[in-house]
Design a protein around this ligand. Sequence first.
Ligand code: ADP
Ligand code: MG
Length: 250
Amino acid sequence: MPEPLLALDEIAHSYGEREAIANVSLSVEEGEIVAIVGPSGCGKSTLLRVAAGLIEPTDGTARFAGEPIVDVPAGLGVVFQDYGRSLFPWLRVGANVAFPLEHLTDRSQRAERVSDALEAVGLGGQDQAYPWELSGGMQQRVAIARALARQPRLLLMDEPFASIDAQTREDLEDLILDLHRSREVTVMVVTHDIDEGVYMADRVIVLTAGPAHVAKTIHIDLPRPRHQDDTKGSIAFGRLRTEVYRSIER
Ligand code: ADP
Ligand code: MG
């Protein structure tokens, strides 16, 4: 068995006295899309911060490609829900995407990475715009481009489309599926939208109410490529979404 790309082993995290995650073990294999769902406040964002190396767990071990996770490892890209706060309003789109590339001293290489990443999210030629000149959906595309510019093996996303209208959200779900296929990027996405999780994922991991542990893993054996109407309209999809829905404590 090859080593999982992301391995979280008996992770616990407390903010002071407040226990956010009790004991979470899960792994993500290279090439998978894994969706994490669970009740509001159960510790999903905390888990994602641990996986991203943004916070240290109070207990357990987190490994990326076999190495303990410290800081944000190279090979890892992160996208948050709140694009309004994650993009720098005083920097143009190109400079926002270039921001995590300051270690690349070769300017032409950096420029190439930026235009490639913007191209990949459908924003080719928008590098001179300011984020606030763009719609919410386009701003989130910029945030995705910024994560892609690092050429990540693993893309971590925390409710990335929660603040985006339904039509645009579907376009962005499909963008992620395209990137997963064309760039062979592994994806772990936190979502509170069950349909979104089932539509995108190979596996949906359901967390219990906080402090979280894993309640259930549901394998999503829907064929790929998936299509918004055909996939979400299928009987198999309906069955899976019901199974996920019933697994979430309310
Ligand atoms: P979710 O993303 O599932 O809604 P979070 O991981 O954001 O859950 O939060 C889990 C628990 O930890 C909640 O009770 C929340 O209030 C608490 N929490 C989250 N972030 C902090 C923080 N920075 N300081 C203190 N408590 C926090
Ligand atoms: Mg959250």
